[in-house]
Design a protein around this ligand. Structure first.
Ligand SMILES: Nc1nc2c(c(=O)[nH]1)N[C@@H](CN(C=O)c1ccc(C(=O)N[C@@H](CCC(=O)O)C(=O)O)cc1)CN2
Length: 293
């Protein structure tokens, strides 16, 4: 059986570190970091994630400011909400929960968030800087940053390794491949149009699965001993569960657990790290605003 990379435990450690930092910030300037969360509509998953983010803020002492807008909100109304939060000095980070309803231009909204408060790291300027070797983005997207943190805190060396990233989304696949490249991995990005996905994935000393398809990766896709980071969070029907479903990753855990060297579980892998990294980004943003960094 592979060694389990316990994202829940690592995220808890990071949250404790942030809690200490927030106390120090308060002792030094008499203010705490503030995170604004914006939820549009009432998707069950988005509502759950925003609730988890606000609870995590409360636990570490970050103040959260919550705005809920109806599914029918216009792009202009959402933009003016973002403008209001940009101008609010108590807000150091702005998080607009994704996905947004179809009638709203996501890119326009994300571009309107102040680069200095873009704790999700989705602003084109932050993404653009991430793509440039010589530039440092103000913020790195939370899930990709969490993947790297999991590797580092599990003593996995990245330099010189072949890292295969399955998936090319703006939120995970693309940024995580850039982060791996900056750490001197040889990076292969593969996707739905890649020919012979199993043999491409099998090249990876590190495999990051971020494709959003339940249990897609099987044991013959994995190089023996590889480190597998499963970013997928997919719900599948399960009659034995009270709510009728359970969460699984993009990797078929039971099929793969004996072939890889290390693996993240779902739930309890990259999900908790996404929230820990959001707190990290928000705390860093406040420190910069207070002149403490
Ligand atoms: N503005 C953003 N929107 C979205 C992001 C994001 O980073 N910023 N990422 C995802 C969803 N997401 C955060 O928003 C997220 C997903 C999952 C988890 C998590 O902790 N999952 C748990 C299981 C939770 C459950 O039981 O339902 C786990 O994996 O253990 C946290 C955050 C899309 N949108």
């Amino acid at each position: 059986m592979a060694k389990l990379i316990d994202g829940k435990a690592i995220a808890a450690t990071i949250r404790e570190e942030i809690k200490v930092e927030v106390r120090k910030i308060e002792a030094s300037v008499g203010k705490v970091p503030g995170l604004a969360t914006v939820l549009v509509g009432s998707r069950t998953d988005s509502t759950t994630y925003v609730r988890m983010k606000r609870k995590a803020c409360e636990e570490v002492g970050i103040e959260s400011f919550h705005t809920e807008l109806p599914e029918s909100v216009s792009e202009e109304e959402l933009l003016s909400c973002v403008e209001r939060l940009n101008a609010d000095p108590a807000v150091h980070g702005i998080l607009v929960q994704l996905p947004l309803p179809k009638h709203i231009n996501e890119e326009r909204i994300l571009s309107a968030i102040s680069v200095e408060k873009d704790v999700d790291g989705f602003h084109p300027v932050n993404i653009g800087k991430l793509a440039m070797k010589s530039r440092t983005p103000r913020f790195v997207p939370c899930t990709p940053r969490g993947c790297i943190e999991l590797l580092v805190r599990s003593n996995v060396s990245i330099e010189g390794k072949c890292a295969v990233v399955l998936g090319r989304s703006n939120i995970v696949g693309l940024p995580v491949s850039l982060l791996l490249l900056h750490r001197n991995a040889t990076v292969i990005v593969c996707h739905s149009k890649t020919q012979d996905l199993p043999s491409v994935c099998r090249q990876g000393d590190i495999l990051i699965a971020a494709v959003g398809r339940a249990n897609m990766v099987k044991r013959d896709w994995i190089k023996p001993g590889a480190v597998v980071i499963d970013v997928g969070i997919n719900s599948i029907p399960d009659a034995s569960k009270k709510n009728g479903y359970r969460l699984v990753g993009d990797v078929d855990f039971d099929d793969c657990k004996d072939v890889c060297g290390m693996i993240t579980p779902v739930p309890g892998g990259t999900g908790p790290m996404t929230i820990a990294m959001l707190l990290r980004n928000c705390c860093d943003s406040a420190k910069e605003a207070f002149g403490l960094s």
